[in-house]
Design a protein around this ligand. Sequence first.
Ligand code: FAD
Ligand code: DHB
Length: 389
Amino acid sequence: MRTRVGIIGGGPAGLLLARLLHLEGIDCVVLEARTRAYAEQRQRAGMLEQGTVEALRACGAGARLDAEGLVHHGIELRFDRTRHHIDFPSLAGRTVTIYAQTEIVKDLIALQLADGPPLLFEAEAYEIEKPDSGSPRILFRHEGREQTLECDWVVGADGFHGISRPAIPAQRTYGRDYPYSWLGILADVPPSCEELIYARGQDGFALHSMRSPAVSRLYLQVPNGTDPADWPDELIWDTLDARFATDDGWQLARGPITAKSVTPMRSYLTEPMRYGRLLLAGDSAHIVPPTGAKGLNLAISDVRLLGRAFAHLERTGSEQLLDSYSQLCLERVWQVTRFSFDMTTMLHAQPGGGAFEERLQHARLRRIAESPHAAAELAALYTGLPLGS
Ligand code: FAD
Ligand code: DHB
């Protein structure tokens, strides 16, 4: 098999890139290791920056997003048993939208299978040959056979545990593991809030998000190594109650919990995001802790830049934008890494942390609640930095 751009990974990054290339008339093939059902059900992100929404809309994946996505005008920061609204339109001139990653993946898969380039499920890439040559090859297993995809370019959109990042020699990596994780639940109960609540409770962090007017998504800080089986439903609701508690009588509605999972928290970056004709995009190149909801949005902005760079190559024959891709992405990625780190360390209880750290967190939260300048900085990063030139 032969193609212009071989894409490893059918997550949001790989699927959106395939769509962007298809719209430019650029031939590509997507290899996805998992089944379609698995890819469509993997519970993950839910908050989309305005630029992400616009990109999905522009490529024809906006119909259900516009009908079912929930537009939010701000978030609530909750600490000291008090609520503080951060208003995005007045502070940043933008909004965000709640629409689950599972739904984006379903929409993009449906588009691609309808009229797009080939998308192979259960096609696991195991080697990238000669990424530094003019004709790299992806070796993969599909339907019990070992096959080869001959490419002009390879895009590694295969997430954090994929094969693409390790195929780049002499990278520089940067990272940090955090001393806490998130226990995430889905519950069949209408959300108890109109906008997302980021709470610094007495003994740790909690986040109230949602998936629809009938389904709530909630997260709470737990120690690393936590087994969700050790958290009966009652204990989860009691802990959430304690962390969201206010003095104004606000109540958290409870309902049947339909999913529970634990996510560790990590910051990770690799530089550069390109080696020869292999380019990385999304989680294969960088991971941020989920506080502030940036991972999916970063993956989407990477492929928007990459789509632009391939379109430029196709129209002009110039590799100039492909040459600047890694640097342009990384400037943005570092800004977002900084934001995600700040949000995470501001809102979580530091195990073994002393009174000094706690008072500093409190001072940062108060500053955002009281200073429009500090709040505007949060709003600008939360709703999304411009894509860059
Ligand atoms: P992935 O989604 O990981 O996709 C990679 C794909 O490659 C997968 O389908 C995988 O099966 C496939 N693959 C891997 N190896 C191979 C191989 N060898 N051959 C072929 N295919 C392969 N981000 C946000 O922006 N907002 C949020 O609200 C948010 N919340 C989150 C909450 C949680 C609990 C978690 C865990 C993450 C959250 N994120 C959030 C992060 C977000 O989900 C990821 O950043 C996003 O999935 C990255 O997309 P991707 O396409 O780069 O990678
Ligand atoms: C969601 C996840 C996040 O990490 C976040 O900051 C906001 C929302 C979510 O899954 O809905």
